[in-house]
Design a protein around this ligand. Structure first.
Ligand code: URP
Ligand code: ZN
Ligand code: ZN
Length: 487
């Protein structure tokens, strides 16, 4: 029997802390050797002239999420797996939604059944929309025992948003169970107030989505989310940071030693509010809905500041916030009609397959970040922050052999077909990128080669997460009084 099931030969292997030319030996789906001229392999994959990256870890994806109105996000675990592999991502953390007035257990186990139909490895964030005793006291412990390690809360959006009292209850529950809380930071009342005024003034087109939520509403909610997390002494990650003033709130808290991390997404590095002002002869101003997400994309000056926050390490994860709303069908962006006011158009844009190519091209190729920072932002940091390391996110002996063979010179014009997702458009249509994945390996198996995805349905693995060091509270408490002692 050969010593290795597979050797990836002669590639330039990239890690968060350095780059080296070596072979990778794989056995039983894991990396068992890194070295020169590894021999005796059942299969050899030549990687000469290519970069070898750890498989992307996308810690913020909306896949097959079930909504309280009975609808389901258009991207399924099966179709999402194809898109992920096509773009060089091998693991995701996606969401289970709690329906207001319900507990969390029923949806969670149902979502787990759905997750098992896909091909990529997956973990969950549980969204809390109703911080009830049923959810947090009675049902959460069983989910934690199953390896759930993160909660998501929304400080805006009907019917998802939590008020401060409910948010504090979630923080306290997370602290008791040693979980991460991820937060959508925008001020609910401020957005509603501006939205009402905009609609009254007849300003209803997609572009006014951005007018309804200027940076100050994100900054205020980010400040409040961090202050309350500091009060409870609970680690949080601020999702999809779009602007410098919100990132500055994170930087200030980090300087105080608070356990707060920040994520941004390719849309805040490449799109602007002007995209929502686009129109074309077929779709009119509705074309702008293709770029509508929350927080809103800002302007090019703000993009430069967000890049700087990545370089400073204030923001240390780039996820896609992949969100499945079709544009041309009648169940997605156009569900309320193509003339509907912006307030009735579903938020969110797809980006699962585009995440790595865009960040590589706009970041590494244009000299804004280093190759090592690219790997840290897209794989190593999200794996570490989500408790998936050392199994995921880096090329190390003992880690899963999740690898991407990357052609750093290949020029590609992004089209929706290349994204291979279930959504009928991409907001990045026509964007020219340099750098593209030529093969993706999940646990040592080639699941994508030259754009062709082949993997057994149901071969994705659930990734249970145990407690990890980043989540240990600091034990800095007002008056030394612990109102939510860890269990
Ligand atoms: O607009 C967005 N981001 N939609 C997806 C849901 C969320 O807020 O994460
Ligand atoms: Zn969000
Ligand atoms: Zn999201």
């Amino acid at each position: 029997m050969a010593e290795y099931d597979l050797v990836v030969r002669g590639g330039t292997v990239v890690g968060a802390f350095g780059t080296t030319r070596c072979d990778i030996g794989v056995r039983g789906g894991r990396i068992v050797a890194l070295g020169e001229r590894l021999g005796d392999a059942a299969q050899v994959l030549e990687a000469d002239g290519l970069l070898v990256l750890p498989g992307g870890v996308d810690s913020h994806c909306h896949i097959e999420e079930q909504m309280p109105d009975g609808s389901v996000i258009e991207e399924s675990f099966a179709s999402g797996s194809v898109a992920a592999f096509a773009g060089g991502t091998t693991s995701v953390v996606c969401f289970v939604q709690q329906w207001k007035g319900h507990g969390i257990a029923e949806r969670y186990w149902e979502h787990k059944r759905r997750g098992a139909t896909g091909m990529l490895d997956y973990a969950f964030h549980q969204i809390i929309t109703d911080a009830s005793d049923l959810a947090l006291e009675q049902e959460l412990p069983a989910l934690v025992a199953d390896g759930l390690r993160s909660l998501k809360v929304f400080l805006t959006y009907d019917p998802l948003h939590l008020d401060d009292a409910q948010y504090i209850r979630v923080l306290a529950a997370a602290r008791r169970h040693q979980m991460l809380v991820t937060v959508h930071c925008e001020n609910y009342h401020a957005i509603n107030w501006r939205t009402e005024a905009l609609l009254k003034a007849g300003l209803t087109a997609p572009k006014y989505h951005s007018w309804s939520r200027p940076p100050v509403v994100e900054r205020e909610a980010t400040h409040r989310a961090i202050a309350l997390a500091e009060l409870v002494d609970q680690p949080i990650q601020v999702f999809h940071v779009s602007c410098e003033e919100a990132a500055e709130e994170i930087a200030r808290a980090q300087a105080r030693g608070v356990k707060v991390w920040g994520e941004t997404c390719p849309q805040y590095l490449t799109l602007t509010a002007d995209h929502m002002d686009r129109s074309n002869p077929a779709d009119g101003a509705f074309e702008g809905a293709k770029f509508m997400c929350s927080p809103s994309p800002r302007d090019t000056a703000e993009q430069a500041k967000v890049w700087n926050m990545l370089r400073r390490g204030v923001l240390d994860v780039v996820s896609s916030d992949h969100s499945g709303s079709g544009f041309y069908n009648s169940i997605g962006k156009a569900a309320a009609g193509r003339d509907a006011p912006f307030s009735q158009i579903p938020n969110g844009i797809p980006g699962l397959a585009a995440r790595l190519p865009i960040l590589f091209s706009e970041g590494v190729v244009k000299g804004r970040i280093t190759l090592e920072q690219f790997v840290a932002l897209t794989a190593t940091n999200p794996a570490r922050l989500m408790g998936l390391a050392p199994r995921k996110g880096s090329i190390n002996v003992g880690a899963d052999a999740d690898l991407v063979l990357w052609d750093a010179k290949k020029k590609v014009t992004i089209t929706n077909a290349l994204m291979q997702h279930a959504i009928d458009y991409t907001p990045y249509e026509g964007l020219e990128v340099t750098g593209w994945p030529v093969a993706t390996l999940r646990r040592g198996e080639v699941v994508m080669r030259e754009g062709k995805v082949e993997a057994q349905p149901g071969s994705g693995q659930y990734l249970p997460r145990a407690p990890y060091d980043l989540l240990i509270p600091r034990n800095i408490l007002a008056n030394d009084f612990d109102a939510a002692p860890p269990l």
